[in-house]
Ligand binder design. Structure first.
Ligand code: SF4
Ligand code: SF4
Length: 183
């Protein structure tokens, strides 16, 4: 069958020369390439001793934000889960009870909210879809874990602590907000 590209090469059965049979020129050529790289700037870093500087809008692990008064912003509308191409987000909605106004901003909230980080491809579509500015990705890397269950992040690891707020101002710029809500 005719190939789709002209990249394929016909196999040659010609006998190897003496030099080709002892492989020395090929080995020396390979070593030369290796030595050339010794003096070049390394692309790798010795993590965790060394860390890279990430862009302010790097897409790392998620955070569920609280409002200024400390109430959870998420209203469990499910738009992030619908937008997620990896189907990594699941949640259970509950109705806010009297006296819980300081805990949840809206009348409906997510009593369970989970992200399966093994499925997540860190595309950021959940962040874009959220109409409540509740979910953001952060510059924080995902911690390693030996167990699969350790990659299911529930609210205990997603909702930001009241006394340790996560700064998302670099992602939630006025330009981003106006594009999100006016386009
Ligand atoms: S970053 Fe992308 S893949 Fe990950 S949870 Fe959000 S929408 Fe899904
Ligand atoms: S994080 Fe945003 S999009 Fe997802 S359920 Fe909560 S309010 Fe809706």
């Amino acid at each position: 069958m005719k190939p789709l590209t002209n990249r394929s090469k016909a196999v040659s059965n010609k006998k190897m020369t003496f030099l080709e049979r002892i492989y020395l020129p090929a080995i020396i050529g390979g070593m030369f390439i290796t030595f050339k790289h010794i003096f070049k700037k390394k692309a790798t870093v010795k993590w965790p001793e060394e860390t890279r500087t990430f862009s302010d809008v790097y897409r790392g692990r998620h955070v569920l934000k609280r409002d200024d008064k400390g109430a959870e912003r998420c209203t469990s509308c499910g738009l992030c889960a619908v937008a997620c191409p990896a189907e990594a987000i699941s949640m259970v909605s509950s109705e806010r009870k009297k006296g819980e106004e300081n805990l949840y901003r809206e009348e409906k909230y997510a009593s369970i909210y989970e992200i399966n980080m093994l499925r997540c491809i860190f595309c950021g579509l959940c962040e874009e879809a959220c109409p409540k500015e509740a979910i953001f990705l952060t510059t924080e890397l995902l911690p390693a874990n030996y167990e699969r269950e350790g990659f299911i992040f529930g609210k205990d690891r997603l909702v930001e602590p009241v006394d340790k707020r996560v700064d998302v101002s670099k992602r939630q710029t006025s330009e981003v907000v106006s594009r999100k809500f006016n386009d």
